[in-house]
Design a protein around this ligand. Structure first.
Ligand code: NAG
Ligand code: NAG
Ligand code: NAG
Ligand code: NAG
Ligand code: NAG
Ligand code: NAG
Ligand code: NAG
Ligand code: NAG
Ligand code: NAG
Ligand code: NAG
Ligand code: NAG
Length: 494
């Protein structure tokens, strides 16, 4: 409110010379009065006589009065003018102080709010610091001194350790899918899908449905192109036989780093209508996130009611006949949650390279049992529990270890892995796979487009009785030809 005093200061400054002159006039006037009227008292009458003598005439007096009146009127006008100006000034000042008050009130509010925000941020930071302190005190000492290279202790310990290591905080306002799984730390329900396919279809005339999700790199145009012409065409054949209902088929992509690539993907999606794209950078280290995004898509698109989700990579060949057979052989609405795949084997953490895990990321010397990721079967009733587990378990970039090794434990899902030469997924098949191998598995890895095309040829030849699977008799030297129509029993261990 400094501005309030400014006008009076100005007034005083302009008035000061006037006061000065009035004082000077008074001093000079008194002096003259003293000289002329007080000192020579005898001359008073003379003065009076002179005044009497020079008395003005009536006309002159009227003129003087008129002049005085005009002068007064001018003074009056000036005064009125001045009064108006002052009123204006006062009004301006009033307005000014009103807006000032408003501004002050607003400022006070802003300060109050930012104080609250600051407090909240500080509280959060303190939480992070506390979490970090915990890790340094409890975990790192413990882990590096005691549990380094010892046995993995399960999802609870993994979560506590990783949450502290990364300073992760529970996400406020995020709806937990399964509150009993613990605090929500990953947002897996807000993914955007720039390209998508229709929600899951009700397939009539079949009693088992599958959703086929082919995980594909954004730039893998050739793999998708080759795949489209191969095993997916067998899906329709099985559906026509009433053995398998296809609730959905899609390639699952992230976003490429180049705009031109994205344009090609959009054209591809328009042409084939079989792409689900996730708004996320498509990198190897984002694979677990990509799987979570797939499960969220299925959850929000009516797909958790399918009998099975078959998740394969874009370099995998699928024996659709065996897929249909396996799905048919499973009890419907099994209350036990079980996923099916092939064991990754007895692996231990490498401390470098693409698949490596640092001691900080994974202090333990072993892994829980987990599947090789390129081909895994999920019953529909595991989709929501898996997603709930992704929501509450810190991500690890090795996606198959993450979902089939770590997350299943929290969701109470058992993993069943293939044995006795039968399999959900196999690797290491030759350029022209053996009909007996093809007969025993649901999917296998291919290493080239030719390998994939050959796989189709071998499969079609076998199931059309153009080639045969012959097995040697145990000891008696005779060979046995296997009837290709004979269903395969798939063996699993838990
Ligand atoms: C917490 O620790 C992590 C890793 O040690 C570090 O990256 C992060 O900056 C720390 N956060 C705070 C708030 O100190
Ligand atoms: C083990 O922990 C103790 C403190 O608890 C610390 O003094 C020591 O340096 C640690 N040893 C190693 C090898 O980290
Ligand atoms: C897709 O495959 C067809 C042959 O099946 C080939 O003519 C075409 O060039 C391929 N396109 C791409 C983009 O690889
Ligand atoms: C790519 O497209 C986005 C918007 O779609 C734009 O913001 C960006 O500048 C483009 N980048 C290049 C290199 O053209
Ligand atoms: C994906 O990975 C990149 C680099 O590895 C990272 O910057 C990004 O935040 C990750 N997440 C998403 C949603 O893209
Ligand atoms: C899911 O199915 C229900 C009925 O079963 C239907 O009302 C709903 O619209 C479907 N949602 C989507 C996204 O298709
Ligand atoms: C489900 O699990 C229980 C206990 O593990 C077992 O007794 C039961 O046979 C299982 N049911 C099916 C259908 O596999
Ligand atoms: C399956 O393999 C196990 C050993 O891994 C063996 O004990 C069992 O007899 C085999 N079962 C069949 C039906 O071949
Ligand atoms: C397959 O072919 C063999 C001879 O080439 C024949 O003996 C057999 O009956 C055929 N099997 C079926 C199911 O047609
Ligand atoms: C030879 O063994 C196989 C099983 O290993 C059997 O099916 C077949 O009958 C046997 N042949 C003779 C001649 O004993
Ligand atoms: C059985 O098959 C092997 C090749 O797999 C062949 O060498 C052998 O001669 C066959 N035996 C008979 C009795 O046909």
């Amino acid at each position: 409110m400094k501005e309030n005093c400014a006008p009076s200061v100005v007034n005083l400054r302009t008035r000061f010379p006037i006061v000065f002159w009035i004082l000077l006039l008074l001093v000079v006037g008194s002096f003259i009065y003293f000289i002329y009227f007080v000192q020579p008292s005898g001359e008073f009458h003379n003065q009076q006589q002179i005044e009497l003598r020079s008395m003005p005439t009536l006309d002159e007096r009227i003129n003087i009065l008129i002049e005085e009146k005009q002068f007064l009127e001018e003074k009056m006008k000036a005064y009125e003018e001045e009064k108006k100006n002052v009123a204006k000034l006062i009004e301006n000042e009033r307005q000014f102080s009103l807006t000032m008050n408003e501004k002050i009130k607003w400022l006070e509010k802003v300060i109050e709010n930012s104080e609250e925000q600051l407090l909240r941020r500080l509280e959060k930071e303190i939480k992070i610091l506390e979490a970090n302190a915990t890790i340094h005190r409890d975990f790192f000492d413990y882990v590096f001194n005691v549990s380094r290279d010892t046995a993995y202790l399960g999802v609870e310990y993994y979560t506590r350790y990783t949450v502290a290591r990364k300073g992760m905080l529970p996400l406020d306002g995020m709806e937990p899918l399964r509150p009993e799984f613990g605090p929500v730390i990953n947002d897996v329900l807000s993914f955007q899908y720039p390209l998508t396919i229709p929600p899951c279809q009700d397939v009539t005339g079949v009693d088992r449905t599958v959703f086929l999700a082919v995980i594909s790199g954004a730039g893998n145009f050739e793999r998708r192109n080759v795949t489209r012409h191969l095993w997916p065409k067998h899906l329709k054949a099985e559906q026509d036989k009433g053995l398998l209902g296809v609730a959905g088929f899609a390639f699952i992509l992230g976003k490429p780093d180049k705009n031109e690539t994205q344009k090609l993907i959009e054209e591809e999606s328009q042409m084939y209508g079989d792409i689900i794209q996730i708004e996320m950078v498509d990198t190897y280290r984002n694979l677990s996130l990509k799987v979570a995004a797939l499960f969220n898509w299925l959850h929000t698109r009516n797909c958790s009611k399918v009998d099975f989700l078959f998740k394969v990579d874009d370099d995998v060949y699928v024996n659709v006949r065996n897929l249909a057979h396996f799905v048919q052989s499973q009890p419907r609405h099994d209350v036990n949650l079980t996923i099916f795949g092939n064991s990754a084997g007895n692996l231990w953490p490498a401390r470098g390279g693409k698949w490596g895990l640092t001691y900080e990321e994974w202090p333990w010397g072993d892994f829980p049992r987990y599947f090789f990721g390129p081909g895994v079967l999920f019953p529909g009733n595991t989709i929501v529990p898996m997603l709930a587990s992704f929501q509450t378990t810190p991500m690890l970039h090795i996606d198959d270890l993450y979902y089939s090794g770590i997350c299943v434990e929290r969701a109470g899902i058992k993993i069943s892995y293939s044995t006795n030469s039968t399999g959900v997924f196999k690797m290491g098949f030759p350029e022209f796979p053996d009909p007996c191998d093809v007969r025993l598995v649901i999917s296998w890895l291919t290493v080239s487009s030719n390998h994939k095309s050959n796989s189709l040829v071998v499969t079609e030849d076998f199931y059309n009785n153009r080639t045969r699977c012959v097995v040697a008799g145990a000891n008696n030297g005779t060979n046995t030809t296997i009837d290709y129509t004979e269903p395969v029993h798939f063996y699993f261990l838990q």
